[in-house]
Design a protein around this ligand. Sequence first.
Ligand code: H57
Length: 427
Amino acid sequence: MAHGTYATDMERMGWFLDARFGMFIHWGLYAIPARGEWVRSQERLSVEDYRPYFEAFNPTRYQPREWAKAAKAAGQKYAVMTAKHHDGFCLFDSALTDYKATNTPAGRDLIREYVEAFRAEGLKVGLYYSLLDWHHPDYPAYGDPHHPMRDNPAFRDRKHDFSRYVAYLHGQVRELLTNYGRIDIMWFDFSYGEMAGEAWRATDLVRMVRELQPHIIIDNRLGGNIRSAHPEPYAGDFASPEQIIPPEGVTNELGQPIPWEACITLNHHWGYCAADNDYKTPKQVVRALVECVSKGGNLLLNVGPNAKGEIPQPSLEILSEVGRWMRANGESIYGCGRADLPKPEWGRYTQKGNRLYAHVFDRPIGPVNFRGLAGKVKRARLLADGSELRLERPWNATEYADDAFVTLPGAGLPDEIDTVIELELVE
Ligand code: H57
């Protein structure tokens, strides 16, 4: 592994930095209305309005082993699934609430099945847990710009005891990290305004999390500042840019790289949305993954299974095409990170030790130019089939003495998604 000097604990982070590509799964009662996981907030639905979905939840085609196989075939190495989203509904069998999958027609613990299925396919397993809870009677609606009942004065001003909610949150996290064996990632979502840090009793919470699962890694949404030179104990292990890839990766205020993971949807929703068929192309997804890795980050790519428990067909097709590319080119992703070179005009670089990977997105007119690499490249080959590419200075490029060149065969690109040239650097 060649990830340079990180500010955080590399013992725990190593597998995550090597893995680079994971599956995010947003699944819950909101799959039934099929208008995204924020439906309660957006449409101001009360607990009563939302009850029919609890009574109807019956995912007869839930086969997490199939999800795990799709993730694995796409080249993903880990997954993170919503144990509880903002609506408060628990896919797991919590002793602390009745608002859980076991009390729906599903009648069983769906998180247990997820954990077992993904583990059986050799994938690392993460759990998403929402800090917000629009179901819990002690979760305040006042001052919360997101709460479904924010416009209802009677609800807003009702008596509640937030400390009871925080105890519930701690208790559920304890259940999740006690009852399901090894959990690799704890993904909290999210803090806002005053609802941050010690409002969640975050120092205690993180102490408990690390006690129960010493190897676990935690995202940065409990409200600390992961970029500080002296981060809070709850600042987390990796940054979590959402629906954006940071222009220059993520560093702390000392300039050291920080592990990060961009979470990105395939269409425009996390939870299943029947009307949203505006999907990214496999090419966009592969290039997003390459962009993340070229900047030292991971990509957590979302799927939103439907009410029956199926990953939507368009998502499966994208995953399968990304998998085709990954099988040929995965070496340029796993264990790779940023190269200490400027971004080339034709695409991006990733690097692992003395292997520099040139991701050619746009075939240049004439040869591919590796700026500043004259005399620094021992060999070049097409990563996908191992075929040699000759490193020679073309007759029309004699004046670029500092650069190395290869000429690609044919006219277009061997792989229009991303043609990877592996450059073996002189040690
Ligand atoms: O689970 C997914 C994703 C991983 N995080 C959740 C989503 O459901 C969304 C988080 N969105 C956060 C967000 C965006 C705007 C504000 C919060 C004042 C009024 C509204 C904003 C502030 Fe909020």
